[in-house]
Design a protein around this ligand. Sequence first.
Ligand code: HEC
Length: 157
Amino acid sequence: MKIYFTILALSLGILSCGGSENQTSTTDAEVKTEVENPENPSYDPKRGSGKFTKVDIDPAIDLVMVKKGKSNFDLKCGSCHRLSSERLVGPGWKGVTSRRAPEWIMNFITNTDEMINKDPQVQAQLEICLVRMPNQNLSDADARSLYEFMRQNDAKK
Ligand code: HEC
């Protein structure tokens, strides 16, 4: 009986490819293991690895950045990501700004290869999505405005 439920939980997780509550709770446990992993002590799963150590976020959403972020989204991200929680090739973006810190998101989208190799949650997603997100050659300003666009998307009901 116990085994049956485990299998059920696993298959639900697999179908969702990131974004769902199920996914989040299983991967939280993996992150903890990673922090204690002596082979990779320098990786910080909260902020990821890359140049962004602290991003200051104003409580008010910057609409100029949102606009720039949206045009980058249309050009470079929309073929693989939906704005809802549904998966396309990669996970849907709904809720991404509460799942991840701004530093993590900006490091991930500017330092994609290294983050995919190091982040245990992304590793888990990679097994589910089967596609590796390609590096999108974004400037720091592009990354920041994409984050603002995600924030605005999450602020919508
Ligand atoms: C070719 C498809 C593809 C494109 C284009 C793409 N991504 Fe991704 N993205 C993925 C996949 C697949 C993942 C899941 C991680 C993995 O397997 O690499 C992902 C994961 C992410 C995540 C983590 C989401 C989460 O919930 O953990 C963010 C943030 C992200 N992408 C942002 C972007 C941005 C910003 C762009 C455009 C500049 C972009 N992606 C373009 C495929 C893509």
